[in-house]
Unconditional design. Structure first.
Length: 150
């Protein structure tokens, strides 16, 4: 991987780290490449302020890649205060286009979310946001035990 990136003009330093150090460095934006990925938290448009505003570098936010864009800053500020949903939708569309062009984060892989579970748990509705809210719909284990054949 290091050689492939070097050919693209990117100097990649590989460092083996203990998990606690790796997580701390990632959370504080001290990395070139990290294994972390965004899971959930992407179902609220205002979350773009937390991830992409230049005012939200760690520890004051989660813009861990230190992405800077005056246009995104202006749009995230608009999105946070606009009450008209149609205007917010337009600002979100413009910011999404800018982010798609700028690519502040480049995912190295995508994870499929697959549910393998007992029928007794019922029909689990997995969210496209990748969150774990479906866990709140699970039947208590005492009910599952009553449904299970012995």
């Amino acid at each position: 991987m290091q050689e492939q990136w070097r050919k693209a003009g990117i100097d990649l330093e590989l460092r083996p780290l203990e998990l606690a150090t790796l997580l701390s460095d990632s959370i504080h934006g001290n990395f070139q490449l990290t294994f972390l990925r965004w899971v959930g938290a992407n179902n609220d448009p205002d979350v773009s302020n937390l991830f992409f505003s230049s005012k939200r570098f760690p520890p004051d936010g989660a813009n861990r890649g230190h992405y800077r864009s005056p246009r995104i800053d202006a749009l995230t500020d608009e999105i946070r205060v606009e009450m008209d949903q149609e205007k917010t939708k337009g600002s979100l569309q413009r910011s999404t286009k800018i982010l798609a062009d700028d690519l502040p984060y480049i995912p190295m892989w995508f994870t499929d979310v697959v549910s393998v579970h007992r029928r007794e748990l019922g029909d689990l509705q997995l969210s496209p946001t990748g969150d774990y809210d479906f866990l709140t719909t699970l039947k208590p284990s005492s009910q599952i035990a009553q449904l299970s054949p012995r």
